[in-house]
Design a protein around this ligand. Structure first.
Ligand code: FES
Length: 229
């Protein structure tokens, strides 16, 4: 199983407070996800166009994000609007952060995996969901998806290339896979229905992480050939 260009969950929406930013990765590309003071979320390349500082280290100021290094400020479209060293300068339109299409649906922040102005397909449909947690797993997204499909770690139903559902302790959970790097992934988990004992869900999710990170079964070695056989 391999993942293609598409919409991927990168955060639990409720965990991204207004006025905050967070750095993440998708297919090893560094991305800053931030929420402005009006409540809208944004996903951009995590790189200031000035000298490359990570914007996730910066500060949200109203509906701008300010770079930590020299304080350049970018508006919600990624356009640089203010350079502290030249406060009266009308900033050229060319100074702009690369942005990704993003959306919120089903309690998650989704981004289109390619840098483009508009995603070729609409984002996932919205639905009611409650946040559970994000789980970080030292394993590739492909092998996690394969483990879910195999049934080796329980009953998981695929509801999209990177989205799976299961029922734990009476609660229906949705798990959205985020391919971080070749060997690291995140699972963003929301509850679609049913009541859940938080302790049982916490124990299950830790067990799931351990199961996913467990070494693959060792194959039996072929018998050594004997001299003269
Ligand atoms: S590196 Fe961002 S303002 Fe200079």
């Amino acid at each position: 199983m391999s993942f293609e260009a598409g919409w991927y969950a990168v955060a639990i929406a409720e965990g991204l407070e207004p006025g905050t930013s967070a750095g993440t990765r998708l297919f090893d590309k560094e991305i800053v996800v931030w929420r402005d003071q009006d409540g809208a979320s944004h996903a951009w390349e995590d790189r200031c166009p000035h000298r490359g500082m990570r914007l996730s280290f910066g500060f949200v100021r109203g509906n701008h994000i300010a770079c930590l290094y020299h304080g350049w400020q970018y508006d919600t479209a990624g356009q640089c609007r203010y350079i502290p060293a030249h406060p009266n300068l009308e900033v050229p339109d060319t100074i702009k952060v690369v942005t990704y299409p993003s959306a919120e649906a089903g309690g998650l922040v989704w981004i289109w995996s390619e840098m483009t102005t508009e995603a070729p397909v609409p984002p996932p449909a919205d639905f009611a969901a409650r946040p559970v947690r994000s789980l970080y797993v030292e394993r590739s997204a492909e092998s996690i998806a394969a483990a879910f499909v195999s049934g080796a770690l329980g009953d998981f139903e695929a509801s999209g290339p990177s989205v799976f559902e299961t029922v734990i302790d009476g609660a229906r959970l949705r798990l959205a896979l985020q391919p971080f790097t070749a060997e690291r992934s995140a699972l963003h988990i929301v509850r679609l229905g049913g009541e859940a004992d938080p302790t049982a869900i916490a124990a299950w999710s830790e067990g799931l992480r351990r199961g996913l990170e467990a070494p693959l079964p060792v194959r039996c070695a072929a018998p050594a050939a004997h001299a003269g056989a």
